[in-house]
Design a protein around this ligand. Structure first.
Ligand SMILES: C[S@@+](CC[C@H](N)C(=O)[O-])C[C@H]1O[C@@H](n2cnc3c(N)ncnc32)[C@H](O)[C@@H]1O
Length: 297
């Protein structure tokens, strides 16, 4: 039986391995963008507003562990061991890593899903801000939606996926995790998103994680924004995946309804809170910039 200390060490090694895998998988554009991002990134020592301070401490800079994290990572490990090969329809911008239309579930689980640290952050975001109406664009095998659904059994998560085979595996994942508050809508976003929006009153949290193209991302953002309230949060994945995705992210940050935008490099988060002043905040954990202790910035 491992001690708490051993578990912590294992987690730290996993986190470092995740970072290593992420850096190795980056394309040239992403590497160049990372250098620019790194030079301007702040750490928690540079946080000035109370809201941001609370966000960083509760959602980003925390090693809070929940039992469900282990359970969901167990399901991810099960997917990574699957022998199943499935035909995949490409609805979005494709994959930098997987090009064959017949793909192993194990390969999808290893390359196309949000990593554990990102999933934990989504869980903490949904939990901390009591998000009840959650929308995800891009279900794939259902791991990130499982984290979102696990944050509160009272929340309703709707996740959109074009590929029916992926959607059925995601449903199995949600059933294995005993999550009954996740609803999958199958079909292209161009059809399922307007359908969903026409029946929803408000969105507290949206995670856009599919169809990584500039025009599509901006279109989904504008459509979702119409259902946002003052406390809504929109999370955008892979904002440095391509030049177009970065342009979409920059356009969103400058949108007049967006006040705070937080750039975590692999992900961007925007808030609409009118009580906050407009701010773009690129953030890296202190560990990666140990000298950045707020004395000179
Ligand atoms: C990166 S994966 C989602 C990963 C998932 N959110 C996770 O982290 O566990 C993106 C998914 O979006 C789906 N997708 C992309 N563009 C789409 C579109 N235009 N309509 C419907 N589904 C789409 C793809 O089929 C793919 O399964």
């Amino acid at each position: 039986m491992p001690t708490l200390f051993q578990l912590k060490i294992t987690d730290t090694i996993h986190a470092k391995n995740e970072d290593k895998q992420y850096l190795c998988s980056m394309n040239m554009y992403a590497i160049k963008s990372f250098i620019e991002f790194y030079l301007k990134a702040n750490t928690h020592y540079n946080v000035q507003s109370d809201f941001l301070h609370d966000f960083v401490n509760t959602v980003l800079d925390t090693d809070k562990e929940y039992y469900i994290f282990r359970q969901l990572e167990g399901i991810r490990a099960w997917l990574k061991q699957s022998n199943q090969t499935i035909p995949i329809q490409d609805f979005g911008a494709g994959s930098h890593k997987l090009t064959n239309n017949n793909r192993k579930v194990a390969d999808i689980a290893s390359t196309s899903l949000s990593r554990p640290d990102k999933c934990r952050m989504l869980f903490l975001l949904a939990e901390h801000y009591h998000c009840m109406h959650i929308l995800e664009l891009g279900t794939s095998l259902g791991i990130s939606s499982a984290y979102l659904g696990a944050a509160s059994s009272k929340a309703k998560v709707t996740t959109l996926e074009g590929d029916p085979i992926l959607a059925s595996i995601a449903h199995e994942v949600h059933t294995r995790a005993n999550l009954k508050n996740i609803h999958i809508l199958t079909g292209p976003f161009s059809e399922t998103l307007p359908d969903y929006l026409s029946n929803c009153k408000t969105i507290d949290l949206a995670f856009i994680d599919g169809h990584h193209q500039k025009e599509a991302t901006l279109r989904y953002f504008e459509q979702i924004k119409l259902k946002c309230n003052n406390d809504s949060i929109i999370v955008l994945d892979d904002i440095y995946w391509s030049k177009g995705m970065t342009e979409a992210w920059q356009t969103i940050c400058t949108n007049s309804d967006v006040t705070l935008s937080i750039d975590l490099f692999h992900i961007g988060i925007v808030f609409f809170k009118k009580e906050l002043s407009k701010q773009y905040f690129p953030y890296l954990p202190y560990l990666y910039k140990p000298w950045k202790i707020g004395l000179f910035s």
